[in-house]
Structure formats: structure tokens, C-alpha cells
Design a protein around this ligand. Structure first.
Ligand SMILES: [Zn+2]
Length: 241
């Protein structure tokens, strides 16, 4: 029979299996489908078991989170209520509702991305959500580019931005000085977005990845390496549709 415990506001269920080959140790496995299995030696009391599980609660919760991120990544998105989508580095749950008397809309409310459509179907939800992402992306990137421009000595006028969906790239800088930014970057944490924008703005002065370029980048954003690693680690997740 599955049992459970609370960790923060999450209910974590687990399955107990008696393993006679264990003498005193309690073993905990997290299966790839998210099932938590607790192997116990026959002589353990329920209190011992609870204590052992609580001791590793944080570890179990972390592993389950990693697991669900990986699974969310593998599964194609269904664009249904309850599904997780990212915006500015935060996870939001989709909440889709039908209303054929109001115009379609997308709003952030609490931890939700609320979508109202005249008729719900996953293709329509996907389309409406993507339009919203692009709108938010352009608005947010423009605002950031403008404010970052004032701190970068070689930028006199904030460069023009164009959204450009790219498979494996977050941004690029045209020879004429237009910044092309991937709209899905708006799913990333703010500091990672800032890193991409500053990287591209350094190209306004140094067009290739020369030593001079990296010197500029180091001056403008000393911790950019850390942010690059963070963003690269999330790339698959943020770019998946
Ligand atoms: Zn570059």
C-alpha cells in the first residue's frame, strides 16, 4: 500500500518493500517514472522508517523535481491545464478556460498563465500562448536593451531588436547592428536574458569572438560564464515546444 509524507506543501508518496537481505540499513530509490521505493529490513519499526524517510526528505524532493523536469522535457507539450510553462525563469501552470463571449486573452495570475479562448483545443492554446510569448518577449527585451544601453559606453542609441526563432541560438547581431533575439529566451531567468543582451551588445563593437570581445564582455558582465552555464543547462527545456 502506498504511503506518503508532506514535504513543504508537496505530498510525496512512497512504496515500502521488505528486503530480508538488509540488516539495519534503509534504502531509498527513486525510479525514473517518479515512484519512490523504500526498502526496509524486516526488523525495523514504523518509527524508524518514518525517521529515516524524513532525514532524506530533502534529497527525495530534489530528485523528484529533477525527474519531473527531465520527463517534462521528453514529453511533447500538450497545452492543457496543469501543464508547466516557463516565463522569466519562473514556472507557471497553464489554466485554460473557455468563454465564447469575451475576446481571447492570456494573463499572468498568481502562479498561473491564464488563457481564455472561445473554443479550447490544444493547437489554438499553443498558438495563442506563443503569440503572448512573442509579445512579452519584444516588450521585455526592448525595455532591457534600453536600460542596459545607458551603461555601455560604445552604445549611443539603443539598438533595434528583432525576434528571430532559432533552434540552437539565443541571439545574434547583424552587421548593421540589429539585435536578433530568440523569443523563447523570455522563458529564461532575467539574469540570463541580460547576459545574452550584453553579449550581443558587445558585438556592436567587436563583431567576432576575439580576445578583445571577451575583454569587453568581462568588463560589462564579470560573471557571464556562470550565467552562460546556467542558460545552456536549461536550453533544451526552454526551447522545447
Ligand atoms: Zn557572439
Amino acid at each position: 500500500m502506498p504511503q506518503s509524507f508532506m514535504y513543504g506543501d508537496h505530498k510525496i508518496s512512497y512504496r515500502l518493500t521488505e528486503n530480508p537481505s538488509l540488516r539495519t540499513k534503509i534504502r531509498i530509490h527513486i525510479h525514473s517514472d517518479g515512484i519512490v521505493e523504500v526498502e526496509i529490513p524486516p526488523a525495523k519499526t514504523p518509527e524508524d522508517i518514518t525517521k529515516a524517510i524524513y532525514k532524506r526528505a530533502r534529497w527525495i524532493s530534489n530528485r523528484l523535481n529533477e525527474n519531473s523536469v527531465v520527463r517534462a522535457n521528453v514529453l511533447p507539450r500538450a497545452y492543457i491545464s496543469g501543464e508547466t510553462h516557463f516565463y522569466l525563469g519562473r514556472r507557471y501552470q497553464l489554466k485554460v478556460s473557455e468563454n465564447n463571449e469575451a475576446p481571447s486573452s492570456v494573463k499572468l495570475k498568481g502562479g498561473h498563465i491564464q488563457i481564455i479562448l472561445p473554443i479550447i483545443d490544444s493547437a489554438a492554446v499553443k498558438h495563442r500562448l506563443n503569440v503572448w510569448y512573442r509579445d512579452r518577449a519584444l516588450e521585455y527585451f526592448q525595455r532591457r536593451v534600453e536600460s542596459l544601453s545607458s551603461n555601455i559606453p560604445w552604445v549611443e542609441v539603443a539598438p533595434t531588436i528583432k525576434l528571430f526563432s532559432m533552434q540552437k541560438q539565443w541571439g545574434s547581431c547583424s552587421p548593421k547592428g540589429t539585435l536578433h533575439l530568440n523569443p523563447w529566451l523570455v522563458r529564461a531567468p532575467r539574469e540570463c536574458i541580460e547576459y545574452v543582451i550584453i553579449h550581443e551588445m558587445c558585438h556592436l563593437k567587436e563583431h567576432n569572438h576575439s580576445k578583445k570581445f571577451y575583454r569587453l564582455l568581462d568588463q560589462q558582465l564579470p560573471n557571464w560564464r556562470h550565467l552562460k552555464i546556467k542558460l545552456d543547462g536549461m536550453a533544451e527545456l526552454l526551447l522545447s515546444e
